[in-house]
Design a protein around this ligand. Structure first.
Ligand SMILES: C[S@@+](CC[C@H](N)C(=O)[O-])C[C@H]1O[C@@H](n2cnc3c(N)ncnc32)[C@H](O)[C@@H]1O
Length: 229
């Protein structure tokens, strides 16, 4: 699996070109989701609704395009964990990201971990992302509890999902209709809630989802609860 914009021009959404024409059979996923995501986060940084995090973890990072965008965006980051249980994806992500090593210190801060989130315990981060995994998990609510525990007091959680649940993966009582349902009962300040196009190719078919995207910050109540526990 490769990033569809062939990595060298990662911020330019669009097609991989072959003999001057777009080659739709080469592209497994179009990067517009990630470039738009980056634009939203950049706006938050400029407005001060997101403070530059020092530690970042991307859960279910896939081919690493999200981590690549975070490393470009969060210049002062000291620790970025790319986490995915699929060794082929982790290896592919590492191969593509490693060519940027040395260009910015944030790229040197990336650690590649091949694991499920369920087995990756104990570390906490200022910024935790989980992009397009919720509807591919048997228990989104259990997944969310792990994410909650991984966010430091006053830290941020970035979630995205097209909420395209499948019967053979997620039972009906585990599903949510809106991503904010997962956060209910815990105190968060929602920084933005929007939809982004998320395009993936399955064989000869291109699927275009509207992925719901949420950035939330853990509130003071959670600060007190976490520090007194
Ligand atoms: C649909 S892909 C999304 C990849 C990428 N985040 C994106 O937005 O394109 C879901 C990813 O989650 C990973 N995954 C599946 N179960 C997981 C789990 N329990 N913990 C962490 N990652 C998981 C899969 O290996 C896969 O790479």
């Amino acid at each position: 699996m490769e990033w569809s914009d062939k990595y060298k021009r990662p911020s330019r959404a669009g097609h991989t070109r072959s003999f001057g024409w777009p080659n739709p059979l080469i592209d497994p996923a179009r990067p517009v989701f990630f470039t738009e995501l980056s634009r939203h986060l950049n706006t938050c940084l400029r407005l001060g609704t997101l403070k530059t995090p020092i530690s970042v973890c991307d859960i279910g990072a896939g081919a690493g395009r999200g981590v690549f965008e975070f490393a470009r965006l969060f210049k002062r980051v000291a620790r970025i964990v790319l986490l995915d249980p699929n060794p082929h994806l982790v290896e592919s992500a590492q191969r593509m990201i490693e060519t940027h090593r040395g260009k910015a210190s944030s790229f040197d801060a990336i650690r590649y971990v091949c694991s499920n989130v369920e087995e990756f315990c104990g570390e906490v981060f200022e910024f935790v992302s989980c992009l397009n995994l919720i509807d591919r998990h048997s228990s989104p609510r259990r997944l969310y509890r792990h994410l909650f525990e991984m966010v430091k007091p006053s830290g941020y959680l970035l979630l995205a999902s097209p909420l395209d649940f499948k019967n053979h993966i997620t039972a009906l009582n585990e599903r949510v209709k809106c991503i904010t349902e997962l956060l209910e009962g815990d105190d968060w300040e929602v920084r933005f809630l929007t939809d982004l196009p998320y395009e993936v190719r399955e064989g000869r078919v291109w699927l275009r989802f509207a992925s719901q995207l949420l950035l939330a910050r853990k509130t003071e109540r959670n600060d007190r609860r976490t520090s007194s526990e």
